[in-house]
Design a protein around this ligand. Structure first.
Ligand SMILES: [Fe+2]
Length: 582
């Protein structure tokens, strides 16, 4: 029996994942526990929580797999640093975190309060993008597929193409820093006032409001080559191996300026994040997304030439671009995707652990990831205790009654906090830590924004749809269980699905099958039977914070915001003023 703990540490999205005999049993990002978004230091709480969920202790760990290998691609790094001596400073901070990782035993002792003599694990470092690809391929049911990873950068690589077969990942091509479509995206996002780590998704939502005004300038930013691409250095400041980002004392990420003065000459001053969005910013978003898609499809087509398979396993921060994912079936020969739900760097913990299990220890049995519910869950008794402590009144209902009441509330326009079972792994709420609403009400988007989410006006809300009804409502039938594809909504459904139909008539859907989440499936089915619409609006359960994890955080969010109803386990809670007369 092998116990493998995977970690991503001293890097954005610090996280931990646990495999027992090759089977993923627990995975969680540190941000959900310490409440610091994209926390980038040591995942001490996540490690503890994973061990607790798996029922094992520190001394049981055989291997610690780290999704980072500083010795990988060293020659390329040295070559780059010699060309850009000002970037040598970056190496200091990178070395600091590297030496902490080199001394993992004392990190565990210090941060988790364990006796280092108890620890007998062997540490294995896995190159960043190999961990990304492993996180997708080894959760697929496939014995063979293409493997694709793309992000800002990791271990000096920005994109990796691979052939995956059996327990092997054979790298076919790497693109190195500074040529990065992920960093290009980050650069333009910061230029138009979205400079917080993880803001790229917001700009993806803004893009369809823009027009193709800057086609020529964007065309000049990236040169597509036979088997890769190159950024035009005129537009960028050299940003070195740390991606032009640093980590604060509190463990948050700071993104530094990436754009050159030429950007200011061409487009004017960068937008102040507090100012209104102008047409220029929308047009820049449009140009950026368009160029990104072009580069993304180019690399996928290069991959298909090298690995002529119809299936591709994908991960990496850039793979969260669900708009591009929705188009790849039309623009590349790939016909099936498996995308790791935690495609950002928190997924490295799971990927590194799966790599060690399959590639290094030759684990034969594969555990397909059917759902993403790998986080903590709480008993009814624990939930009840929380509600009592907070003075929240509730009604405890059986399953059928609870579903009926929830559907009634959603139908009549209530905003419902829905907290059930194990928390999702990855950035998407997929029906266990979600806020649910009626997608057919034309004011629902504004209600959600005004009352709870306080998000930018241009960001769409997502639809969860019964898997078997997907093709009738959306123009693509390839399932998207982890909300990783954006598809066009069919014309006859656009008006009805007004609260989830984006300005370009698309939706970033979650397909829900009974096998993945029986309770959530039954809820949508019942809503469909009652209204004729087998779709529920699903947004993450939070208010400008990491998604809630514990009942305490769920209850706090319910009390703090203007959420109408909280359905937490079997308990249906209403605000005092909303208690019906009968
Ligand atoms: Fe990454």
């Amino acid at each position: 029996m092998a116990i493998i703990l995977g970690i991503n540490a001293y890097h954005a999205g610090a996280s931990a994942a646990l495999l027992i005999d090759g089977k993923p049993v627990a995975a969680i990002a540190e941000e959900r526990l310490n409440r610091v978004k994209y926390y980038a230091n040591f995942p001490a709480l996540a490690v503890r929580k994973c061990l607790q969920m798996g029922g094992v202790s520190f001394k049981d760990i055989d291997y610690v797999a780290v999704g980072r290998d500083a010795s990988a691609n060293r020659a390329k790094k040295v070559e780059y640093m010699l060309k850009h001596p000002t970037k040598l400073l970056n190496l200091v901070s990178i070395k600091k975190s590297r030496s902490a990782l080199d001394d993992l035993r004392s990190q565990f002792a210090e941060k988790c309060g364990v006796d280092p003599d108890e620890l007998r694990f062997k540490q294995i470092n896995v190159e960043h993008h190999l961990a990304h690809i492993a996180s997708a391929y080894f959760i697929s049911p496939w014995e063979k597929s293409a493997g694709f990873s793309m992000d800002g950068s990791g271990d000096f690589v920005t994109c990796m193409l691979a052939n995956c077969e059996g327990n092997k990942i054979d790298v076919k091509n790497r693109i190195y820093v500074p040529h990065s479509l992920g960093s290009l995206y980050t650069m333009v996002c910061k230029f138009i006032g979205y400079g917080t780590y993880g803001d790229e998704g917001k700009v993806m939502g803004l893009a369809p409001y823009g027009e193709d005004t800057y086609a020529e300038q964007f065309e000049d930013m990236v040169l597509m080559t036979e088997d890769g691409f190159e950024l035009n250095p005129k537009y960028f400041l050299p940003f070195g191996a740390n991606q032009g980002m640093t980590i604060t004392e509190k463990g948050s990420m700071i993104i530094h300026r990436h754009h050159s003065d030429l950007m200011n000459q061409l487009f004017g001053e960068p937008r102040d994040p507090r100012s209104e969005i102008q047409k220029r910013d929308m047009d820049l978003s449009y140009g950026l997304q368009h160029l990104f898609e072009k580069g993304y499809m180019h690399m996928l087509n290069v991959l298909h030439r090298m690995v002529p398979d119809e299936r591709v396993a994908m991960a990496g921060g850039a793979v969260l671009n669900s708009v591009a994912n929705g188009k790849l079936f039309d623009q590349t020969p790939f016909r099936e995707t498996v995308i790791q739900p935690a495609s950002g760097d928190e997924g490295l913990a799971l990927g590194a652990a799966l790599y060690v299990s399959h590639v290094m220890l030759d684990q034969q049995q594969r555990y397909e990831m059917v759902d993403s519910y790998m986080g903590p869950e709480y008993s009814d008794a624990e939930i009840k205790e929380t509600l009592d402590k907070k003075g929240i009144s509730y009604e405890r209902l059986d399953r059928d009654a609870m579903l009926r009441v929830t559907v009634d509330e959603i139908e009549k326009g209530s905003v419902v906090g829905w907290f059930q079972g194990r928390m999702e792994w990855g950035p998407r709420a997929l029906g266990n830590r979600s806020i649910l609403a009626n997608p057919t009400l034309d004011n629902m988007k504004d209600i959600l924004n005004a009352r709870i989410k306080r998000r930018e006006w241009f960001r769409p809300f997502a639809p969860s749809v019964l898997a078997e009804r997907q093709a009738e409502i959306f123009e693509h039938s390839h399932p998207s269980p982890f909300m990783m594809h954006v598809y066009k909504i069919r014309p006859e459904w656009r008006e009805r699905l007004v609260a989830v139909n984006h300005v370009d008539n698309t939706g970033r859907l979650q397909t829900v099958s009974r096998e993945e989440n029986a309770l959530y499936y039954d809820l949508i089915k019942l809503f469909g039977e009652k209204t004729g619409v087998p779709v529920i609006l699903n947004t993450s359960f939070n208010e400008n914070e990491p998604i809630v994890c514990s009942p305490d955080e769920g209850a706090e969010c319910f009390l703090r915001t203007k959420m109408d109803v909280l359905v937490i386990g079997p308990f249906v809670c209403r605000k005092p003023e909303a208690i019906p007369a009968v």
